[in-house]
Design a protein around this ligand. Structure first.
Ligand SMILES: NC(=O)c1ccc[n+]([C@@H]2O[C@H](COP(=O)([O-])OP(=O)(O)OC[C@H]3O[C@@H](n4cnc5c(N)ncnc54)[C@H](OP(=O)(O)O)[C@@H]3O)[C@@H](O)[C@H]2O)c1
Length: 110
């Protein structure tokens, strides 16, 4: 189960784990990109019965995280590996960072 699995490091990791025979759950906010990432995992799966599941979730919202966990356990009954990867990278001049910028970025660091 990979948070932030729709792009970047999380997406690449999902595809790698699928190629190693894992069932993969990817979670992130933007559904379309998330579905595409799950399809990418499915294409790289080496086991014929492998599953790749996209579950929309904003990890800054505790109720959504609870729903994510419930859906994962309902589907797979167990979790082998959790990759707590979701996050917002801060680029640019630190001196121009506002308090709101800082709070948005820190809120995804659960
Ligand atoms: N790339 C670097 O150089 C670097 C360096 C140091 C640390 N990191 C950290 O490594 C992790 C991956 O980096 P990356 O470059 O692959 O990032 P990325 O390409 O920006 O991808 C971030 C992922 O996290 C998801 N995400 C962001 N906020 C979220 C939220 N509130 N709830 C759920 N999902 C959320 C995004 O999807 P949605 O927007 O659809 O939710 C996306 O799938 C991040 O935590 C990043 O801060 C990266």
């Amino acid at each position: 189960m990979i948070t932030g699995g729709s792009q970047g490091v999380g997406k690449a990791l999902g595809e790698m784990l699928a190629s190693l025979g894992y069932n993969v759950v990817v979670a992130a906010r933007q559904q379309e990109r998330l579905e595409a990432a799950a399809q990418g995992c499915q294409r790289r799966a080496t086991r014929p019965d492998s599953l790749a599941t996209a579950i929309p979730c904003d990890i800054t919202q505790p109720a959504q995280v609870t729903m994510l966990a419930e859906k994962v356990f309902d589907t797979y009954q167990q979790v082998t590996l959790v990759v707590n990867n979701a996050g917002v990278c801060m680029r640019g001049d630190w001196n121009l960072c506002t308090l709101q910028d800082y709070q948005v970025r820190m809120s995804s660091r659960g």
